[in-house]
Design a protein around this ligand. Structure first.
Ligand code: F6P
Length: 383
């Protein structure tokens, strides 16, 4: 019987849905039926802390506790109920000039006898998978990120759970906002893609939604808020993505510099908007940053299911030697695409069709975003 060893890791920011994917990679690869049908017995090695585990492991000593952990169906039986990642994660890049160890990572993959490496991650983690793939590693990607900004897939693990957090927290804020007649500005994650703010805002019925794909005017925000009050609203919920910025301004950052994936630490736009509203309208305004709450907690049903389907699909690619691909979902169908096709690309909101730039809100397709040519399409009813 042929034996084969698969490595699996989680990289980048954690989120709900990683553990279900890990569980189903292990359960599928080690399913006896696969062994009978294909004549291959798979072993699965969990790599700790993302790509860092492969840089730090010493294959000679098999430092299992620190960097590599053998997995089996029994060990992962309950993992799909839990948030975060049981393997740990990091934003470590072997291509970061500070680390400069991609050769070592490739060699360690060989020394550990890993026929394939399944990387569960967002753009940063999968960019590394793509580059290692070019160096001869048999890499497979599984998409995850609460930002939902990976191209070629309709879903990335963690997104629905994060949306549920936004809705839940805004529901809580509504009662206190209403009691005090206050405005609440809720800052969500979403660096360059505004999906979380847009679809979270749509789901919770936000009065204003601000996204990175459409720079906003503070005067217009204040005008919309005042208009609401004139029409009798008691309070407003405004959802803003961390990467949103005013026209002519720049993103607000928590601290200077970038991490190993080359990303700025964003944060603070919610507070800026709240301050400007209070200054411009004299209405009491508070801000809440949801931050890592969106990444925490148990996976919702959808993330458990998608983690399962993606995990199974990733092993399917390994079994069929279809390396250099990422599993994905398109129009409800689980499929795959080349890692090269997603490299350096992002899936952004199309502000012209998926956003109401007139009202700074979610899409209202029948209004066609106030574009003149269709504005008179529906004629008023004549008596
Ligand atoms: O990559 C997803 C993300 O949630 C971004 O929206 C956010 O800017 C970032 O992670 C923050 O991550 P961390 O605090 O872990 O660096």
């Amino acid at each position: 019987m042929k034996k084969s060893r698969i490595g699996v890791l989680t990289g980048g920011g954690d989120c709900a849905g990683l553990n279900p994917a890990l569980k189903w990679v292990v359960k599928t690869a080690m399913d006896e039926r696969l062994e009978w049908e294909r004549g291959v017995r798979y072993e699965v090695m969990g790599i700790r802390d993302g790509w860092k585990g492969l840089a730090n492991v010493d294959p000679a000593t098999w430092d299992t506790a620190g960097h590599i952990v053998p997995l089996n169906p029994d060990a992962v039986r309950t993992w799909d109920r839990y948030g975060g990642t049981m393997l740990g994660t990091s934003r470590f890049s072997p291509y970061d000039p500070k680390n400069e160890c991609s050769r070592l990572v490739v060699e360690n993959i060989e020394r550990l006898g890993l026929e394939a490496v399944i990387a569960i991650g967002g753009d940063g983690t999968l960019a590394i998978a793509t580059r290692l793939s070019r160096e001869g590693v048999n890499a497979i990607g599984i998409p995850k990120t609460i930002d939902k900004d990976l191209p070629e897939t309709d879903y990335t693990l963690g997104y629905e759970t994060a949306l549920n957090v936004i809705v839940e927290e805004v529901d809580r804020l509504r009662t206190t906002a209403g009691s005090h007649r206050r405005i609440f500005v809720v800052e969500t994650m979403g660096r360059t893609a505004g999906w979380l703010a847009l679809e979270g805002g749509e789901a919770c019925g936000a009065y204003i939604i601000l996204i990175p794909e459409c720079d906003f005017s503070m005067d217009k925000v204040n005008e919309l808020v005042s208009e609401g009050r004139r029409s009798g609203t008691r309070y407003e919920i405004i959802v803003v993505a961390e990467g949103a910025k005013p026209i002519g301004g720049t993103e607000v950052v928590k601290k200077e510099g970038v991490d190993s994936f080359g990303r700025k630490a964003l944060g603070g736009i919610g507070e800026f908007v709240a301050h400007e509203i209070e200054k411009g309208t004299k209405l009491e305004t508070r801000s809440v940053t949801l931050s890592h709450l969106q990444r925490g907690g148990a996976p919702c049903a959808y993330d458990r299911r998608m983690g399962r389907y993606f995990g199974i699909a990733a092993v399917d690619l390994v079994v069929n030697n279809k390396y250099g691909n990422m599993v994905c979902v398109r129009n409800g169908k689980i499929s795959y695409c080349s890692l090269e096709h997603i490299y350096g690309k992002l899936n952004l909101v199309d502000a012209a069709t998926q956003y109401d730039a007139d009202r700074y809100n979610g899409r209202r397709t029948i209004l066609n975003n106030g574009k003149k040519k269709n504005a008179r399409r529906i004629q008023p009813h004549k008596k």
